[in-house]
Design a protein around this ligand. Structure first.
Ligand code: GUN
Length: 193
Protein backbone atom coordinates (compact mmCIF):
# COMPACT_ATOMS: atom_id res chain seq x y z
CA UNK A 1 0.00 0.00 0.00
CA UNK A 2 1.45 3.40 -0.88
CA UNK A 3 0.84 6.76 0.76
CA UNK A 4 -1.49 7.91 -2.06
CA UNK A 5 -3.74 4.99 -1.27
CA UNK A 6 -3.66 5.94 2.44
CA UNK A 7 -4.54 9.55 1.61
CA UNK A 8 -7.45 8.46 -0.57
CA UNK A 9 -9.14 6.45 2.20
CA UNK A 10 -12.42 7.64 3.60
CA UNK A 11 -12.84 7.74 7.37
CA UNK A 12 -14.35 4.26 7.71
CA UNK A 13 -11.71 2.55 5.60
CA UNK A 14 -8.86 4.37 7.37
CA UNK A 15 -10.11 3.32 10.82
CA UNK A 16 -10.66 -0.26 9.58
CA UNK A 17 -7.09 -0.46 8.29
CA UNK A 18 -5.22 1.55 10.96
CA UNK A 19 -7.52 1.10 13.96
CA UNK A 20 -5.18 -1.34 15.72
CA UNK A 21 -1.85 0.38 15.05
CA UNK A 22 -2.12 1.27 18.73
CA UNK A 23 -3.59 -1.82 20.38
CA UNK A 24 -7.37 -1.52 20.77
CA UNK A 25 -7.27 2.26 20.38
CA UNK A 26 -9.15 2.96 17.13
CA UNK A 27 -9.93 6.42 18.47
CA UNK A 28 -6.32 7.37 17.72
CA UNK A 29 -6.65 6.35 14.07
CA UNK A 30 -9.95 8.24 13.95
CA UNK A 31 -8.20 11.41 15.14
CA UNK A 32 -5.18 10.92 12.86
CA UNK A 33 -7.41 10.62 9.76
CA UNK A 34 -8.29 14.32 10.13
CA UNK A 35 -4.61 15.22 9.70
CA UNK A 36 -4.34 13.84 6.12
CA UNK A 37 -2.75 14.16 3.63
CA UNK A 38 0.38 12.43 4.90
CA UNK A 39 3.66 12.80 3.05
CA UNK A 40 5.00 9.35 3.85
CA UNK A 41 5.15 6.57 6.46
CA UNK A 42 7.25 8.71 8.82
CA UNK A 43 4.70 11.52 8.67
CA UNK A 44 1.84 9.13 9.40
CA UNK A 45 3.79 7.69 12.33
CA UNK A 46 4.49 11.18 13.63
CA UNK A 47 0.76 11.90 13.85
CA UNK A 48 -0.01 8.69 15.75
CA UNK A 49 2.76 9.43 18.25
CA UNK A 50 1.86 13.12 18.62
CA UNK A 51 -1.62 12.03 19.72
CA UNK A 52 -0.14 9.79 22.41
CA UNK A 53 2.30 12.46 23.59
CA UNK A 54 -0.50 15.03 23.87
CA UNK A 55 -2.58 12.87 26.24
CA UNK A 56 -2.52 13.82 29.90
CA UNK A 57 -0.60 11.72 32.37
CA UNK A 58 -2.47 10.74 35.48
CA UNK A 59 0.09 12.16 37.89
CA UNK A 60 -1.96 14.67 39.92
CA UNK A 61 1.10 16.75 40.73
CA UNK A 62 1.49 17.48 37.03
CA UNK A 63 -1.91 19.19 36.94
CA UNK A 64 -1.82 22.86 37.98
CA UNK A 65 -3.91 23.48 41.07
CA UNK A 66 -4.20 19.79 41.98
CA UNK A 67 -2.72 18.39 45.15
CA UNK A 68 -3.38 16.55 48.36
CA UNK A 69 -6.94 16.98 49.56
CA UNK A 70 -8.16 18.35 46.21
CA UNK A 71 -11.09 16.59 44.57
CA UNK A 72 -10.22 14.38 41.59
CA UNK A 73 -11.27 16.23 38.48
CA UNK A 74 -9.44 14.14 35.95
CA UNK A 75 -10.03 10.52 35.17
CA UNK A 76 -6.99 8.39 35.84
CA UNK A 77 -8.36 5.75 33.49
CA UNK A 78 -7.83 8.09 30.56
CA UNK A 79 -4.63 9.51 29.15
CA UNK A 80 -1.38 7.75 28.52
CA UNK A 81 -1.93 5.02 31.11
CA UNK A 82 -5.27 4.29 29.46
CA UNK A 83 -3.45 3.39 26.26
CA UNK A 84 -1.30 0.92 28.17
CA UNK A 85 -4.39 -0.59 29.81
CA UNK A 86 -5.81 -1.42 26.38
CA UNK A 87 -3.03 -4.00 25.97
CA UNK A 88 -3.62 -7.61 26.99
CA UNK A 89 -1.03 -9.35 29.17
CA UNK A 90 1.71 -11.13 27.29
CA UNK A 91 0.96 -14.88 27.45
CA UNK A 92 -2.12 -14.03 29.50
CA UNK A 93 -5.71 -15.23 29.64
CA UNK A 94 -6.64 -13.66 26.29
CA UNK A 95 -4.02 -15.72 24.53
CA UNK A 96 -5.42 -18.89 26.14
CA UNK A 97 -9.00 -17.91 25.28
CA UNK A 98 -8.06 -17.00 21.68
CA UNK A 99 -9.45 -13.47 21.97
CA UNK A 100 -6.30 -11.50 21.07
CA UNK A 101 -6.27 -9.12 18.13
CA UNK A 102 -4.62 -10.61 15.04
CA UNK A 103 -1.63 -8.29 15.48
CA UNK A 104 -1.07 -9.17 19.13
CA UNK A 105 -1.48 -12.88 18.36
CA UNK A 106 1.21 -12.63 15.66
CA UNK A 107 3.61 -10.70 17.89
CA UNK A 108 3.18 -13.01 20.86
CA UNK A 109 3.57 -16.01 18.61
CA UNK A 110 6.80 -14.57 17.10
CA UNK A 111 8.21 -14.29 20.63
CA UNK A 112 7.36 -17.94 21.32
CA UNK A 113 4.73 -17.03 23.90
CA UNK A 114 2.10 -19.26 22.32
CA UNK A 115 4.11 -22.37 23.11
CA UNK A 116 5.21 -21.90 26.69
CA UNK A 117 5.47 -24.82 29.08
CA UNK A 118 3.30 -24.77 32.21
CA UNK A 119 6.16 -23.57 34.44
CA UNK A 120 7.11 -20.71 32.12
CA UNK A 121 3.46 -19.66 31.81
CA UNK A 122 3.05 -19.63 35.57
CA UNK A 123 6.24 -17.60 36.08
CA UNK A 124 5.12 -15.04 33.49
CA UNK A 125 1.63 -14.86 35.01
CA UNK A 126 3.17 -14.15 38.43
CA UNK A 127 5.47 -11.47 37.04
CA UNK A 128 2.60 -9.90 35.04
CA UNK A 129 0.46 -9.77 38.20
CA UNK A 130 3.27 -8.17 40.23
CA UNK A 131 3.86 -5.63 37.47
CA UNK A 132 0.15 -4.68 37.29
CA UNK A 133 -0.05 -4.40 41.08
CA UNK A 134 2.99 -2.11 41.15
CA UNK A 135 2.26 0.17 38.19
CA UNK A 136 -1.49 -0.14 37.59
CA UNK A 137 -1.12 -1.08 33.92
CA UNK A 138 0.01 -4.21 32.06
CA UNK A 139 3.58 -4.93 30.99
CA UNK A 140 4.02 -3.88 27.36
CA UNK A 141 7.02 -4.89 25.29
CA UNK A 142 7.58 -4.90 21.53
CA UNK A 143 7.58 -8.69 21.61
CA UNK A 144 8.14 -9.38 17.94
CA UNK A 145 11.94 -9.31 18.07
CA UNK A 146 12.10 -10.84 21.50
CA UNK A 147 11.95 -14.41 22.74
CA UNK A 148 10.33 -16.02 25.73
CA UNK A 149 13.45 -15.89 27.91
CA UNK A 150 14.04 -12.23 27.08
CA UNK A 151 10.39 -11.34 27.83
CA UNK A 152 10.61 -12.80 31.36
CA UNK A 153 14.01 -11.24 31.93
CA UNK A 154 12.86 -7.80 30.80
CA UNK A 155 9.66 -8.05 32.84
CA UNK A 156 11.64 -8.90 35.99
CA UNK A 157 14.05 -6.02 35.30
CA UNK A 158 11.38 -3.38 34.60
CA UNK A 159 9.41 -4.42 37.68
CA UNK A 160 12.13 -2.72 39.72
CA UNK A 161 12.13 0.59 37.83
CA UNK A 162 10.72 3.84 39.24
CA UNK A 163 7.09 4.46 38.16
CA UNK A 164 7.68 7.61 36.11
CA UNK A 165 10.54 5.96 34.21
CA UNK A 166 8.45 2.83 33.64
CA UNK A 167 5.56 4.84 32.18
CA UNK A 168 7.99 6.39 29.69
CA UNK A 169 9.53 3.01 28.84
CA UNK A 170 6.13 1.38 28.35
CA UNK A 171 4.92 4.20 26.06
CA UNK A 172 8.16 3.86 24.09
CA UNK A 173 7.31 0.18 23.59
CA UNK A 174 3.79 1.12 22.42
CA UNK A 175 5.44 3.35 19.81
CA UNK A 176 7.82 0.59 18.70
CA UNK A 177 4.86 -1.78 18.31
CA UNK A 178 2.94 0.91 16.39
CA UNK A 179 5.92 1.59 14.09
CA UNK A 180 6.21 -2.07 13.22
CA UNK A 181 2.47 -2.40 12.60
CA UNK A 182 2.44 0.71 10.38
CA UNK A 183 5.46 -0.52 8.43
CA UNK A 184 3.71 -3.87 7.91
CA UNK A 185 0.59 -2.14 6.61
CA UNK A 186 2.41 0.16 4.22
CA UNK A 187 4.53 -2.70 2.92
CA UNK A 188 1.50 -4.91 2.40
CA UNK A 189 0.45 -5.64 -1.15
CA UNK A 190 -2.76 -3.96 -2.24
CA UNK A 191 -5.76 -6.23 -1.67
CA UNK A 192 -6.20 -8.58 -4.59
CA UNK A 193 -9.55 -8.24 -6.34
N1 GUN B 1 3.66 -6.45 22.70
C1 GUN B 1 3.26 -6.71 21.45
N2 GUN B 1 1.96 -6.93 21.43
C2 GUN B 1 1.55 -6.82 22.72
C3 GUN B 1 0.31 -6.98 23.35
O1 GUN B 1 -0.70 -7.26 22.71
N3 GUN B 1 0.28 -6.84 24.69
C4 GUN B 1 1.38 -6.54 25.43
N4 GUN B 1 1.25 -6.43 26.75
N5 GUN B 1 2.55 -6.36 24.88
C5 GUN B 1 2.61 -6.52 23.52
Amino acid sequence: MDIEKVNSMDFGEFVDVFGNVIERCPLIAAAVWSQRPFSDLEDLKKHFFAFIDALPQSDPTSIPGAGAGQPLYWDPETGQEGILRCHPDLAGSELRRGTLTAESQREQSAAGLTSLGADERLRLAELNAQYRARFGFPFVLAARFSDRAAVSRELARRLLCPSAQELRTALGEVKKIGSLRLADLLRADPAKP
